[in-house]
Every structure is written in C-alpha cells, then in structure tokens.
Design a protein around this ligand. Structure first.
Ligand code: GRF
Length: 195
C-alpha cells in the first residue's frame, strides 16, 4: 500500500455499505477520499448512490484502479471472485465485509446459514481478500446476538447495522498504516504483543 488516502469501493447491487463509507467520510469519521466506485453490473443501485455523492463510477478493473492511484480496494457486496492478476496487483490492499463471524459461515447467504444452524451469536467480519473465499486475515469483527424472535431477515438487518459501523473503522485502521500481519493476525499500529 502507498500512503495515499484514496480508496475505491466495488459493488454489485444495493450499495448500503458503500453509503456507510460515503457517510463516514462526509461526517469526518473516516479520513479518506472515495476516488471511484466500480460495479460489475451496470444496473447496480449503488451506482446511483455514488453519483449522488459526486463520485466517479465505472463498470469494470486493475488498470482503472492503478491509473487513479488507488491504494486500497474495498469490496462492498461485490459478487465476483477476484482473479490472481487482481490480487497480485493489490497485495494486502483489498478488504471485504462479510455478514458472519468468520471462519463460520463463509459463502452465500451467511445470515441465513447462521440462523438455520441455530447459532446464538452471529456477526460481521471485515477481512483482507486472498484467493481463498472469505478466508483472509481479519481486521474487525462485531458480534450480534440471535434473538428467539429473529427471522433470517431481522437478523440480517441487525448484522448489516454492524457492517456499516465496522467497515469504515476497518478502512481507517488500514489507511492509518503502521499495522502488520503476524501470520493471520492483524496488528494495528502501536500494538505490541503481551508475553
Ligand atoms: C452485505 O451484507 C455484505 O456483507 C455482503 O453483501 C451485502 C452487500 O450489501 N458481502 P450492500 O450492497 O452493501 O447493501
């Protein structure tokens, strides 16, 4: 990663996590500049949110990102696995938000998977993207209790609130620099290990 604070957000649909990042930058909770929003679908609702915020939009990738000096790529509901070319172009510089406490329930429909399994605690995870599906080092997590009255939809809505909270926090932690990865463990700047 370079020292710039320019980020790109990749979407495929609704774009509510994109909106959380836009709002956090607008309100000063996240010191970053959203340089562009990219969708692999031209009909993604999130593209309208980006245009509304005056952010450049594109429907395609690596060259477009590099030519705009993007240092961190944020997947936000992006529904396509990234290939080796893309991953190699942005080593430890791609984040994703996933609606479960990874490593539990990777893949599609994670909130429903957790509800059907009968887990009492669900949650959300922001992690680095690697070649393994939902498998990279974890930057932030939030736990969400599963209520007896929950349906998969009500649970997903509470998880989404936590996604919107922890994603901007995680982006800020990564952009702050000074962090390291010890194996799979993300160590923010200034944290030393207790022995
Ligand atoms: C979120 O639940 C995210 O965790 C998952 O896809 C969903 C995207 O929602 N990866 P939105 O488009 O950000 O509203």
């Amino acid at each position: 990663m370079t020292g710039s604070r320019r980020i790109a957000v990749l979407i495929s649909g609704r774009g509510s996590n994109l909106q959380a990042l836009i709002d956090a930058t607008a309100e000063g909770r996240l010191d970053a500049e959203i340089a562009l929003v990219i969708s692999n679908r031209a009909d993604a609702q999130g593209l309208a949110r980006a245009r509304e915020a005056g952010i450049e939009t594109l429907t395609v990738l690596v060259h477009e990102l590099q030519s705009r000096s993007v240092s961190l790529v944020c997947l936000a509901g992006f529904m396509r696995l990234l290939g080796a070319t893309f991953l190699d172009a942005f080593p430890n510089a791609i984040l994703n938000v996933h609606p479960s406490l990874l490593p539990a329930f990777p893949g599609m429909d994670a909130q429903r998977q957790a509800w059907e399994y009968g887990t009492r605690i669900a949650g959300a995870t922001v992690h680095f993207v690697t070649g393994e599906l939902d498998g990279g080092p974890i930057v932030r997590q939030a736990a969400v209790p599963v209520l007896d009255t929950d349906s998969p939809e009500t649970l997903a809505a509470r998880i989404l609130e936590q996604e919107h909270r922890i994603y901007p926090e995680a982006v800020a932690a990564v952009l702050a620099g000074g962090w390291s990865l010890e194996g799979r463990r993300f160590r923010p700047a200034g944290r030393t290990r207790h022995r």
